[in-house]
Structure formats: C-alpha cells, structure tokens
Design a protein around this ligand. Structure first.
Ligand code: M7G
Length: 334
C-alpha cells in the first residue's frame, strides 16, 4: 500500500527545522541552550561518544555524540539512524537504476549480492534530539528492565512526586497545539478546548508507506498527565479521539479502524495525555503488554468505574538505571 495517493503527504521535513523552544518552563531536564530555535543539524560535525543501542532487527543505531559549539564545550546530541522500509512504488526504479550489483557468493542455484543504489533510493531516516539532556541519553541506552507493580498509593506517594520533579519538557506538545510547529502536518483537529484534540503523524513515521503507520492524538486540554488522571469525566474526550481519529485515518489513508492499534502508554515519556495510533500489523516500539493500554479497554474500564485508574495496580517496566526504580527500591516496593 502506498501513501502517495494522498496529496502532499510524502514530504518529510528536517526533524529539527521549525521546532522552536520559546519557553522551557517545567523542564527539569532541559540542558542549557535548549530554548534556542533549532535549525538544520550539523551532522558532519557530530563526534560520536557512544553507541547507545544497536538493533539489527530494527535496523537502527542510537548514537550519543557531541557537537562543537562556539564556546568550545561540545553540546550533547542523540542521533538515531534507521533504515526505512521499502516503498513498493520504488521497486521498479530500484531494479533498473542501481549503481552496482556485486556478487558476494554463489553456490549451485543460490547467490547473494551487494546492491548499491543511487542516493535518492537509499535514504536513512535520521532523528535528532539536540541539545539532548542526560535523560534523553539514558532513554535510548540499552538497559536491563524490571517489572514494577504500581498501586494507586504508589502512584501518589512515589511516582507522582517523581514525575513532578523530573519529567521531559512537553514544549514540543504545546508547539503542536499552538500551531508553532508541525502545523502543516496536522491530519485532523477537533478544536474543542475540553474534548478536542489534534491528530498528527508521530515523528517515528516517515509517512512514506502505510506498513508502519504511526500517528498520535494530542488532547487540547492541559493538565491530564496520563492514564492515572483519567476519570469518567474524560469519556467524551476519549470517545472523540477513538471515533474521530479512526474516521480521519480511514479518510486520509484508507485504513479501517479495525486495522489500527489505538492505545495509551503507561508510563508515557511525555506527561500530556496523548493516544498512539499504529497499523495493527506493525510491531511498533512500545506496543508490548507491559506498556500499551488499548483505548477501547480504557473507555470500558472508566464506564464501569470512574476511578478505575486511580485505584488499580498497573504493571510497567523500568530500566536498571532509571531513578524511579531506585525510589521503588527505597520504598521496599521492588
Ligand atoms: P510517549 O508514550 O510519551 O513516549 O509517546 P515514548 O516516546 O517513550 O513512546 C510520545 C510519542 O510522541 C512517541 O511515539 C514519540 O515518537 C512522539 N514524539 C515525540 N516527540 C518529541 C515528537 C515531536 O516532536 N513530534 C511528533 N510528531 N511526535 C513526537
């Protein structure tokens, strides 16, 4: 399936161009200089300090590097390089316009080759976080993981104070809601300040093929941090996201609601309520049972009990180095 039937869909812009940081309030982890307007990233000047993670299965490598600044001290960056899925419409071009086909081995009827392609058929999706905080670097570092059973009380006593003190800046979310960034990428908007939301491609998706379709719905209402804050009063908002989100995706991408995985993360990285929409056939990062909560189940649970998510124990994984794990250990909860 192709995305290109959608007018003007396929233009991927520089991930940092246009992203503005005008106000850094509330970001306990933002490094100095992050309030600056981001421009095109000087990739050639990146000196790699460490490979944070290298995944042969995802065909992606996660790098921590430094970019020299005028003051001499390098600023930290996280750069993710990722080979993108094939686009069916490019296959004919690829078979006809390759630069070189080099035999690697041959045995009876079997042979393998290195196929070299011209640059336009050989792109690498590059995601940049710059300047990156220590927390960003830790986010992508491969670590052992441990399961935590967080009761409602644990949330109030351990997790909530922790996230209030140190969670990622959600300035990028406000930029989207205020149309200061990514405005041309919006797929659908319900502008109601209480029950409305914006549906936009996730920055994990290059929009060039539908196999790995990934969008997020970001609610207009501020202050709903996560699943834990949801009560029956939020049902109209959640129903709008489910219903209108599905309709908008069907209209734009011709994918029916029954072929979408629509879910919330608990715990999310960014504490402003948002919902993930991914292609059902795509094994998206973060769709595992210890993190993804289907929106339809969330709605059903809230219909049954308005305070379901304040009371219930929720299981999630924490990486070995995450300070929150230490807090749970200190409280004797692990
Ligand atoms: P999450 O569950 O809070 O955290 O989801 P995760 O990143 O650990 O999954 C936030 C979602 O927003 C993720 O799917 C991110 O890929 C996506 N995302 C993050 N940022 C900083 C941006 C951004 O600037 N633009 C867009 N469009 N998506 C983003």
């Amino acid at each position: 399936m192709r995305v290109s039937s959608r007018p003007g869909s396929a233009m991927a812009e520089s991930p940092v161009a246009k992203r503005k940081r005008e106000d850094n309030d509330g970001d306990a982890t933002a490094p100095p200089g992050s309030e600056a307007v981001a421009g095109d990233f000087p990739l050639a000047e990146l000196s790699v300090c460490k490979v944070l993670r290298d995944s042969a299965r995802e065909k992606a490598i996660f790098l921590h590097g430094k970019v020299k600044s005028a003051s001499g001290n390098g600023k930290d960056a996280v750069v993710i390089l990722e080979k993108t899925p094939f686009q069916e419409e490019n296959i004919t071009k690829l078979l006809k316009k390759y630069t070189k086909l080099q035999l690697q081995m041959s045995n009876d009827i079997y042979s393998t080759y290195h196929l070299y392609l011209p640059p336009e058929l050989n792109e690498i999706k590059t995601t940049v976080v710059y300047p990156a905080s220590e927390k960003h670097i830790q986010k992508y570092l491969h670590q052992e993981v441990y399961l935590i059973q967080e009761s409602g009380e644990d949330y109030t006593n351990i997790t909530l104070p922790f996230i209030e003190a140190q969670s990622f800046s959600i300035q990028w979310v406000y930029n989207i809601l205020e149309k200061k960034a990514e405005a041309d990428r919006i797929i659908y908007e319900n502008p109601d300040p209480i029950n409305g939301f914006i549906l936009i491609p996730d920055f994990k998706w290059n929009q060039k093929q539908l196999d790995d379709l990934y969008l997020i719905a970001i609610c207009h209402c501020r202050g709903i941090k996560s699943l834990r804050d949801l009560t029956a009063e939020h049902l109209p908002l959640l129903q709008n996201i489910l219903q209108e989100g599905k309709e908008a995706i069907e209209k734009r991408f011709n994918i029916s609601g029954s072929q979408l995985r629509i879910y919330l993360h608990y715990r999310p990285s960014y504490y402003h309520l948002h919902v993930h929409f991914t292609a059902l056939g795509y094994d998206a990062p973060g769709c595992s049972v210890e993190r993804a909560h289907l929106l339809s189940d969330v709605i059903a649970n809230l219909e049954g009990d308005s305070h379901y998510y304040q009371k219930r124990t929720i299981t999630f994984a924490l990486r070995a180095d995450e300070p929150l794990l230490k807090k749970f250990q200190e409280a004797g909860r692990v």
